[in-house]
Design a protein around this ligand. Structure first.
Ligand SMILES: NC(=O)c1ccc[n+]([C@@H]2O[C@H](COP(=O)([O-])OP(=O)(O)OC[C@H]3O[C@@H](n4cnc5c(N)ncnc54)[C@H](O)[C@@H]3O)[C@@H](O)[C@H]2O)c1
Length: 396
C-alpha cells in the first residue's frame, strides 16, 4: 500500500540532522515541512532547501497543524522536555538516541507519549542498520539454532571529535556510554531478545583533559541464557574499521592516510574554539554530510549460535556454518536509514510501533547506567526495567 509522504517537523538542526540529510533528501516517503532551531542561520538554510516553516521554539513547532511527526535532534539532556512538548501537540515522535540521560527523564517520556496516545521511536540508532535486521531474519529462520553469545567490539576516535563542554561531563550525558554505548547495547539487546538480567562492567576515563568515560567493557547476561561481551574504546588509537572493510561507521570509505586526524584537529583548541569547530560541522554552515557508500555499522559483531557464527559486515552477514562459509548480502539502499523511515511510516499511517519504543530506549539507558554503576562499585548490577522484543499489544 502506498501512503502519502509523512509530513515531518525537525527540532534541532545540528550534527544529527546533518547525518539524516541523505535520508531526507532521497526517501520520498517523508517530506520535511517545518523546523525549529535557535540559530537563524540554520532556520534560513532549512527554508531555502526544503521550503516550509521555520520556528524559534518547540511549542510553535508542536502546534503546527500540518505536521504528522517530529524528529527531535537536540542534545540528549533536552530530549525529555522536548518530547513532552511535542507529545502535548499530538505529534508522533522520532527522538534521536539516547532516549534521555536520566531514568527519571525516560519515565517522563514514556508517560508523555502514553498520555498523548502518540508513537515514540528512538532512532536513528545502529540497531536499525540493515545487516542487523538481516542477522535477525537469519536467526529467526531457525537453521542455526539459538543465539548463545554475542561479541560486540568497537574502537573509534569518538572522544576526540569536537565537542560542546557538557559532552565531556558524564552527569550531563557526556562520554562514550550515552552517545555510543547505547548503540551497541541496542544491537546486542535486539540480538539476544531484549531482556538483560545483569551487567558486570569496567570503564576507563584515562585522559585528564577529557575527563569522562572513553572506554568500557561489559558482560551482559540475558533471560533465555545467552550472554554478550561489549567493548568500546573512543581513544583514537586502534581503529576497528580496518576489520569492517575500511568502511566508516557512517558507511563512507576510510582513507588510511587520515590516521590521527581527529586528535590533530583539536590540538591547542580551548573549549570555546572546540565547540565552534563542532558548529562548523552542522547544518546551515555550508558543510555537507558524508556520502554513504556502504551500510552503516557499529564495529565488528559476532553472533554465536548453536550451528553457526554470524559476522555482521557493512555489506551483509557472513555465516560460518558447521561445514560451509557463505555471505548473505544486504544491499545499500539509495535512501540510507530506510528502516528508520519504515518505522516512521508505520507509526504515522498504520499506528504500529517498532521494537525501539520509549520503553525499549529506557531499558537500553538502564544498561548504560548499570555499566557506570557496576564499574564504580566493582560489582554486578541487576537490571529491573528491561523489555523484550514484544508484540504490538504488550508495548502499548
Ligand atoms: N544517530 C546518530 O547518528 C547521531 C549522530 C550525532 C548525534 N546524535 C544525537 O543527536 C542529538 C544531538 O546531537 P548533535 O551532535 O546533533 O548536537 P548538535 O549540538 O550538533 O545539535 C543540536 C542542535 O540542537 C539545537 N538546539 C538546542 N536547543 C534547542 C531548542 N531548544 N530547540 C531547538 N533546537 C535546539 C542546537 O542549536 C543544535 O543545532 C544527541 O542526542 C545525539 O546523541 C545522533
Amino acid at each position: 500500500m502506498t501512503y502519502r509522504p509523512v509530513r515531518l517537523g525537525v527540532l534541532g538542526l545540528g550534527r544529527a540532522f546533518m547525518l539524516m540529510l541523505p535520508t531526507f533528501r532521497n526517501d520520498e516517503r517523508v517530506r520535511l515541512v517545518a523546523a525549529a532551531a535557535p540559530r537563524a542561520e540554520s532556520r534560513d538554510a532549512f527554508v531555502a532547501e526544503f521550503g516550509g516553516r521555520a520556528y524559534g521554539t518547540v511549542e510553535e513547532l508542536a502546534a503546527d497543524p500540518e505536521i504528522d511527526a517530529v524528529y527531535i535532534a537536540t542534545p540528549h539532556q533536552m530530549h525529555a522536555d522536548h518530547v513532552e512538548a511535542v507529545a502535548a501537540g499530538g505529534k508522533h515522535i522520532l527522538v534521536d538516541k539516547p532516549l534521555a540521560v536520566t531514568l527519571d527523564d525516560a519515565d517522563r517520556m514514556v508517560a508523555a507519549a502514553d498520555a498523548a496516545g502518540v508513537r515514540l521511536i528512538v532512532g536513528p540508532s545502529h540497531s536499525f542498520d540493515p545487516p542487523v535486521g538481516l542477522a535477525r531474519q537469519i536467526i529467526a529462520a531457525g537453521d542455526y539454532g539459538k543465539v548463545r553469545m554475542v561479541q560486540a567490539f568497537n574502537y573509534t576516535d569518538f572522544l576526540y571529535r569536537p565537542r560542546r563542554p557538557e559532552e565531556l561531563r558524564t552527569e550531563e550525558g557526556g562520554g562514550v556510554l550515552f552517545s555510543q554505548g547505547v548503540h551497541q547495547i541496542d544491537i546486542v539487546r535486539l540480538l539476544c531478545g531484549g531482556r538483560a538480567r545483569s551487567v558486570y562492567a569496567m570503564t576507563g576515563a584515562w585522559d585528564p583533559e577529557r575527563p569522562t568515560e572513553g572506554a568500557y567493557t561489559a558482560i551482559l547476561d540475558f533471560e533465555g541464557g545467552s550472554f554478550a561481551n561489549l567493548t568500546y574504546s573512543g581513544y583514537a588509537h586502534f581503529d576497528s574499521d580496518i576489520w569492517m572493510d575500511d568502511v566508516s561507521e557512517l558507511g563512507g570509505c576510510k582513507d588510511p592516510a587520515s590516521y590521527g586526524v581527529a586528535r590533530r584537529a583539536l590540538c591547542d583548541l580551548d573549549p570555546e574554539a572546540e565547540a565552534q569547530l563542532k558548529q562548523t560541522r552542522t547544518y546551515g554552515t555550508g558543510a555537507e554530510p558524508p556520502r554513504p557508500e556502504a551500510n552503516e555499522h557499529f564495529g565488528p559483531i559476532i553472533i554465536s549460535c548453536d550451528r553457526a557464527d554470524l559476522r555482521l559486515m557493512p555489506g551483509g552477514v557472513e555465516v560460518f556454518g558447521d561445514e560451509t562459509r557463505s555471505f548473505i548480502k544486504s544491499p545499500l539502499d539509495p535512501a540510507p536509514r530506510k528502516p528508520v523511515i519504515d518505522a516512521l511510516v508505520d507509526a504515522v499511517h498504520r499506528d504500529r510501533a517498532p521494537v525501539q519504543t520509549a520503553r525499549w530506549g529506557r531499558a537500553s539507558l538502564e544498561v548504560c547506567h548499570a555499566i557506570l554503576s557496576s564499574a564504580a562499585r566493582r560489582k554486578p548490577v541487576t537490571l529491573t526495567r528491561q523489555t523484550g522484543i514484544e508484540t504490538e499489544e504488550t508495548q502499548l
